[in-house]
Design a protein around this ligand. Structure first.
Ligand SMILES: Cc1ncc(COP(=O)(O)O)c(C=O)c1O
Length: 422
């Protein structure tokens, strides 16, 4: 079964935000890459936790014991989400950026002058600056891998040129939050491991669109953020057990030195962790309904959900690309060949030759169509494209978006362009 109309409707009904109206029309949320909307089950899980189970962990009384049980289940749910088997390999934190800063500081202590690290110019700055700072403190050299000018895909030859036996780390995004392009992360990991380097993947933009698979990709570390895949504000950091046990984190003395606790400084937002587990089950339930099996195990259900989501989102991408191609003066940065939709997610950065991005986004916002403008922290990309300081306009679709919403967007842009030209 595919992502059919009944399934789209049943998903949409679970998101109260999608009922919001502006000027008598439903709001269109094309701002997913900056944070998706949240289904009711996530909010229920968070309030249920706060109302009935709220306690710090490790205590000898009922609410603390229940909290611990829930945390244990949430670690496992997130391991299922990313394709790991061991829930203890998953650490939680406030968001991807703060986890990556903490981790890069710890990992950077193992580097010294003569070492090299590799980042890319396609990445969100949260997967660049923490590594650049850590390398600077260690006296290590930083290389930036470029991208192809025509379709903004990662330049793998450039990566090959920059890898050598001094490389200690390759930090790459699974998908660009600016162009929507997918990076061949399995191949990146293979190449990095051949020279003995570790691989850190940023899966933040990947999470809502397709199945993360740390086992298949064979990476060493991965970071992600639940609020990008229909959950609350929460980040996760995964790393192989032997590495997470051997690298020394910055931590206070009394806190547990075992994984995952040693990587989770201070008291966590347990309600967000409860909500994070619920958002994974929201996606898994899509898969269970496609499989027609209420009891399908979580990983199998997630796989089935994402297969359907990928297919549906590609149909949305095609419609949007075809529609934008009809509008004079609009350019898409990234893959716009509709025979290559399996190489991209439905995240589109566009510019109009005359209308400033801020103006385009503002006017769409007034019509109840929410898109982003600026560089969305893909600063390196925006700078290299020569788009700073105004950046681009980002239209980001997820599975709760519809073809009808794309029609509204296209009509609105067309109208704006014609007014601007006149
Ligand atoms: C690709 C990518 N990486 C990292 C981040 C940073 O994530 P967080 O907000 O969880 O720190 C974002 C946020 O937009 C992102 O899109």
């Amino acid at each position: 079964m595919k992502f059919d109309q009944a399934l789209i409707d049943s998903c949409r009904q679970q998101f109260p935000a999608l009922e919001r109206q502006q000027n008598g029309k439903p709001v269109v949320f094309f701002d997913g890459p900056a944070g998706t909307q949240v289904p009711r089950c996530v909010v229920s899980a968070m309030s249920e936790y706060l109302l009935n189970r709220n306690a710090n962990h490790g205590g000898q009384f009922a609410t603390s014991v229940e909290s611990d049980k829930l945390l244990h289940e949430a670690h496992q749910a997130h391991a299922d989400f990313i394709g790991a088997t061991d829930g203890d390999e998953v650490a939680f934190g406030q968001n991807m950026t703060s986890l990556t800063f903490a981790f890069s500081r710890a990992l950077g202590r193992t580097w010294s002058s003569g070492d090299e690290i590799i980042v890319t110019s396609l990445d969100h700055d949260a997967n660049i600056t923490p590594w650049v700072i850590a390398a600077g403190e260690a006296g290590a050299k930083v290389h930036f891998v470029g991208y192809h000018a025509d379709d903004c895909t990662l330049d793998m030859d450039d990566l090959a040129d920059k890898l050598n036996d001094k490389t200690r780390l390759v930090a790459v995004g699974c998908a660009s939050n600016a162009t929507g392009g997918l990076n061949p992360v399995k191949r990146v990991a293979e190449m990095a491991h051949q020279v003995g380097a570790r691989v850190f993947l940023d899966a933040v933009h990947f999470g809502p669109h397709s199945l993360i698979d740390v086992s298949d990709w064979n990476c060493d570390f991965l970071a992600c953020s639940d609020y990008k895949f229909f959950g609350p504000h929460l980040g996760l950091l995964w790393g192989r057990r032997e590495l997470m046990e051997s690298i020394q984190p910055y931590k206070v003395r009394p806190s547990d030195n075992r994984i995952p606790s040693r990587w989770m400084t201070g008291t966590q937002s347990h309600e967000s962790i409860a909500g994070g587990m619920a958002c994974i089950d929201y996606i898994a339930d899509i898969g269970r309904s496609i499989l027609g099996d209420k009891h399908a195990d979580r990983r199998r259900a997630l796989r089935s959900a994402f297969e359907a989501i990928v297919e549906y989102e590609q149909s949305l991408s095609k419609k949007l690309i075809d529609g934008l191609a009809q509008i004079d003066g609009i350019e898409i940065y990234g893959i716009s060949d509709t025979s290559r939709l399996n190489e991209r997610f439905p995240t589109f950065s566009i510019r109009h030759k005359n209308i400033p991005p801020v103006e385009l986004a503002r006017q769409l916002g007034q019509l109840g169509i929410f898109v982003w403008n600026g560089n969305y922290y893909a600063l390196e990309f925006s700078t290299r494209m020569g788009f700073e300081p105004e950046g681009m306009v980002r239209i980001g679709l997820v599975h709760y978006n519809t073809a009808a919403e794309i029609d509204r967007l296209l009509a609105a842009i067309e109208q704006m362009v014609s007014v601007f030209a006149s």
